[in-house]
Write a protein that binds this ligand. Sequence first.
Ligand SMILES: [Zn+2]
Ligand SMILES: [Zn+2]
Ligand SMILES: [Zn+2]
Length: 219
Amino acid sequence: MLLSSGRGKAVASACPVCCESTKDLRSHMGVHILRAARGVPDDVVNPLTGPLPCGFCGESDNPDCALTLKNMTRGMRWETKCPRKEPFKYGSAMKGSNTRPCRNVPIVCKLCVHQGRDTDWRPAIWRYNLETHLDQQHPEYAHPGKPAGVLLPHDMYYDTLVLTAAEEKKAGVPARPEFTFIQGKENTPQATSSARTQKRKTDAQMFATATSSSKRARH
Ligand SMILES: [Zn+2]
Ligand SMILES: [Zn+2]
Ligand SMILES: [Zn+2]
């Protein structure tokens, strides 16, 4: 398979779920995954059936689709043996844009206990599968789809769980009520640690501001 460097494949391929042609399978599949996760009808040939669909091929039970993630000085590196994987720029996909709002990227669950440091390869999950992962692995926690339970760490919500209005709109899923089951910033264990943590928090706050202003802009 011939792959171009940055923006997905040069040639379109058929989506295994709806059979339509796409040049950006990750963004395209993200719409199917978000609809399935929110229970919004998706009129397709091969609907997603498994609980944790792969962000490229949509399968839940292919061990080759397991993800790993590593934090490098020049950005995040991800790995999978998924037969449908396509290259994409992690940093811009994580942010999303008006033309490519889908932010379904591999992330490391902050509640799982991971061996080693974040500069080692660690097991990762797709962002849109995080609520199902919480239901399965951390059922005591609340999340936006289940507003009841233990409060979520502040940075986990803002870094990995909250969706932008643009990506919800693109997938045709309704916006959710404001989620408030979040720990106060002062309660997070990292609150007094390094300057790096402080920077991450600032990023999260900026993102929160951007999200709420973009939500306002819709009305
Ligand atoms: Zn499709
Ligand atoms: Zn896959
Ligand atoms: Zn976890």
